[in-house]
Design a protein around this ligand. Structure first.
Ligand SMILES: [Zn+2]
Length: 184
């Protein structure tokens, strides 16, 4: 693993794989980037490495490739970054823009968490532990984000389940919060 810092320039990580998603818009308050939301995703569910998450976040998922894809291919969502099982990071939306990851949500009484948050997806599920490579990449990425967006403090890093309780469970039972938060 490289320990080099990611520089963030105009909201984009340098030296990082980028795939531009059309699923974003402007933040209502550009200066307010003050929450980090951790998610998981796998496509198809419980399968890893197929590249379908890239397609999904870009609105290009082929409904004929899998029965599940036919249910979700028209949903317009995104995240700022994905960390695959290998630890590879892909950025889809600039951090200064609003990605569409949180949905109906509330943090400390404030709704619409997409407005003021950064969303990171881990390739994973509620059935399988995340990989060491993912923890290493997430810890490093989080430090880089916190350095660049100092309103994101450790107590403003949450799971999707924390801001959409009853509706979402990610990042799920296998995400080791202590391992993660003790390192950032
Ligand atoms: Zn989520």
């Amino acid at each position: 693993m490289t320990t080099k810092q990611h520089k963030i320039r105009q909201g984009w990580l340098e030296n990082t794989r980028k795939i531009h998603s059309p699923h974003f818009d402007a933040r209502p308050c550009a200066e307010d980037i003050s929450l980090l939301v951790i998610h998981y995703i796998s496509l198809p569910p419980e399968e890893f490495g197929g590249g379908y998450i890239d397609d999904f976040f870009c609105g290009k998922l082929d409904p004929n490739e899998h029965p599940y894809f036919a249910e979700i291919y028209q949903i317009r969502v995104s995240a700022h970054c994905l960390i695959e099982r290998t630890g590879r990071i892909t950025q889809y939306v600039g951090f200064n823009e609003r990605a569409w990851h949180a949905g109906l949500s509330m943090f400390q009484g404030r709704e619409k968490c997409n407005d003021f948050s950064i969303g990171i997806e881990l390739e994973g599920s509620n059935e399988q532990p995340f990989t060491d490579e993912q923890y290493a990449a997430l810890i490093k990425l989080t430090r880089d984000i916190m350095r660049h967006y100092p309103q994101i403090t450790r107590d403003r890093i949450v799971g999707h389940n924390d801001i959409a309780p009853g509706r979402k469970i990610d990042p799920g039972q296998y995400f080791d919060w202590q391992r993660y938060l003790s390192a950032v």
